[in-house]
Ligand binder design. Sequence first.
Ligand code: GAR
Length: 215
Amino acid sequence: MNIVALISGRGSNLHAIIKGIEEGKINAKISLVISNKKDAKGLDIAKSYGIEALFLNPKDYKDRKEYDKKLAEVISQKNPDLIVLAGYMRILSPEFIDAFEGKIVNIHPSLIPAFQGLHAQKQAIEFGSKFSGCTVHFVTKDLDNGPIIIQAVVPVLPEDTEETLSQRILKFEHKIYPQAIKWIADGRVSIKGRKVIVKDAKYGTIPVNPALEDF
Ligand code: GAR
């Protein structure tokens, strides 16, 4: 499976996915990593593994539609099977999503549909939630709300700060994202309307549902 990844920053999820590929667990290749931020650490991580890494500057384009048109052009040249959003903090245009619908996945640091958008972990703390978590989902025009592949749940503690809760969630992000991508690469994932089924996965487990197999 040929992957193009979009990032905006640290790239720890990208790194977890690269490691899953390097360890032979995910049968895939990342042909290109694109960032909308010049100083994204994830670009350096990609380069250190010999992966082509590109900064595409939003300031060079008149608006989101034009930027995403270029983004779609660059991505199409690689003819990817899957576009992986790994901390890509920019809303994608409807035209972009239409062009690749069913082929874009994202990770979001909450149990969607709760706490969509920015600072999901802070939103969970401020709301007084006792559990939060993370979700890998297909991307639709409905922001942070597409069909769910896998979720992990973590407790929210009274003394939590945005940082401590983010760290607790991130540990699971680094497991559920490579796992979901492995399942897609292995052809086990199908979408029917809002519902995603992973063939032969074990459903009904806590804290991760469906259960992790490889990470
Ligand atoms: C992750 O926590 C990811 O879930 C979140 O940004 C962080 C990126 O970290 N994404 C979103 O909030 C998307 N709405 P990383 O660059 O180290 O992978």
